[in-house]
Design a protein around this ligand. Structure first.
Ligand code: TXA
Ligand code: MG
Length: 324
């Protein structure tokens, strides 16, 4: 697959999207990770609409998208560690969970009653233009029904949410293809809540120490991290070098299984970045093909846990987990 050509935002589209946001309604917005379902993060009504359209459990808080560190400082207390991570990786696929400022003005539904807030500056011209035009933080979970595979193309948004989204800003395919890495800043600790589009090793270089993990047994630290998530209809069997008779196959690198009835490859050359960008599109197209052909199981080749491989394996494990 070649690098997707970025589509420049049309001023008319940004103006129209901004008007919809200001009116408290919702816009599907491209980011470098996945498409988000965006609404005004200062408005309870807009945020409530996001939960309603996604049919998302109310205890699961949302990310607020900002232009950069200065705007982040209006809503959260920034520590030196948070500032160092922002300087290194923003705009980009890194979400920081920080103490929420008492005077933030953010919707309380956005943070689901927590005293922290998740903030991210997206590396995407459409998203940045929309934030600038509205001068508001934009609440945006992935633009899919809760529990379904995240959208990386406008067509995915249309297929999942249909008429319930007022406008889709078309930014073409998402460059990274998996959601942002989420790090909670707790004093001088950096805690990995969700592996994602920024590799753990890159973050650890800036933190200067291994990332901590959320305490075992505690309530899910990123409440959206339910075990079964990103769920296609077909059942997944992970770490398979080939398909059993009657199974479909999702390959990685040279593991193509030409005997499989239906197959795709995340990256022929074994590149984890390319695999991340292709992951959700491959899962969607294989899921549809399997449903049509009456194939019930998809065997998936092993993906190395390095770089973005950690996020890919996290999403595959959730897609394979028994439905809750
Ligand atoms: O790449 C992304 O992060 C995409 C694009 C659209 O920016 N957004 C995204 O949002 O994946 P969403 O809502 O699907 O995932 C947000 C995650 C959830 O798992 C949620 O529980 C967690 O962030 N989260 C939000 N606020 C939090 C907080 N205060 N503390 C802990 N986790 C939080
Ligand atoms: Mg999501």
């Amino acid at each position: 697959m070649t690098e997707p050509s970025p589509i420049a935002p049309a001023p008319g589209d940004i103006a129209r999207a901004a008007e919809i946001i200001r009116a408290g309604r919702l816009v599907a917005m491209p980011t470098e990770t996945v498409y988000g379902l965006a609404g005004d993060a200062l408005s309870d009504a807009a945020v409530a609409k996001i939960y309603e359209v996604k049919a998302r459990p109310q205890f699961n808080p949302l990310i607020a998208h900002v232009s950069g560190p200065a705007m982040a400082g209006r809503f959260a207390a920034l520590t030196p560690l948070a500032e160092a991570l922002m300087a290194a990786f923003w705009p980009g696929p890194l979400t920081l969970v920080l103490p929420r400022r008492a005077d933030s003005g953010l919707s309380n539904i956005l943070t689901a009653g927590l005293d922290t807030v998740a903030l991210r500056a997206p590396d995407n011209a459409h998203a940045q233009a929309l934030i600038a035009e509205t001068d508001r933080p934009l609440a945006a979970p992935s633009a899919n029904p809760s529990g379904a595979v995240s959208p990386t193309l406008p067509d995915h948004v249309r297929a999942g949410l249909g008429e319930s989204v007022d406008f889709i800003l078309d930014g073409g395919p998402c460059r990274i293809g998996v959601e942002s890495t989420i790090i909670q800043i707790d004093g001088t600790d950096a805690i990995l809540l969700r592996p994602g589009g920024l590799a753990r090793a890159d973050i650890e270089r800036v933190v200067g120490a291994p990332l901590k993990l959320p305490q075992a047994g505690a309530a899910p630290a990123a409440p959206g991290m339910l075990k079964s998530h990103y769920a296609p209809g077909v059942a997944l069997r992970l770490n398979r070098r080939k398909a059993e008779p009657g199974e479909a196959f999702l390959g990685f690198g040279s593991t193509d299984d030409f005997n499989a009835v239906i197959s795709a490859n995340l990256s022929q050359s074994g590149d984890v970045r390319e695999a991340a960008a292709n992951l959700f599109t491959c899962l969607r197209s294989l899921d549809m093909a399997c449903a049509k052909a009456g194939v019930e199981t998809l065997a998936v080749a092993p993906v190395p846990d390095e770089g973005l491989g950690e996020a890919i394996n996290d999403r595959l494990q959730r897609a394979a987990a028994p439905r809750q």
